[in-house]
Write a protein that binds this ligand. Structure first.
Ligand SMILES: [Zn+2]
Length: 75
C-alpha cells in the first residue's frame, strides 16, 4: 500500500520493534511482523498482531513483570 504518513513511499513486509508500557511494566517485542515504508521507515502493525501484543502485555502486568524483552511469536 501507499504509505499514509509520507504519501510517497510504499510499504513492504518487514519486522518492527514494539515497546509497550503499562503501569510498572515495560515490554519490548522484537521481530514483530509489520509493513514498513521504504521511504520514511514508518512501521504499520495489523490489528491481529497488535491485539496479540496487548494480550501478552496484560498477562505480563498480571504476572508482575517489570521489564522484559521478547521475540514476537504469533499466537
Ligand atoms: Zn512513508
Amino acid at each position: 500500500m501507499i504509505c499514509p504518513i509520507c504519501r510517497c513511499g510504499h510499504t513492504r513486509p518487514g519486522f518492527a520493534s514494539v515497546t509497550l508500557e503499562r503501569d510498572l511494566t515495560t515490554l519490548l517485542f522484537k521481530d514483530v511482523p509489520a509493513q514498513v515504508c521504504d521511504n520514511c521507515g514508518e512501521e504499520f502493525i495489523d490489528e491481529t498482531t497488535s491485539a496479540n501484543l496487548l494480550h501478552a502485555a496484560e498477562a505480563a502486568v498480571r504476572a508482575g513483570v517489570q521489564v522484559e524483552l521478547r521475540r514476537y511469536a504469533a499466537a
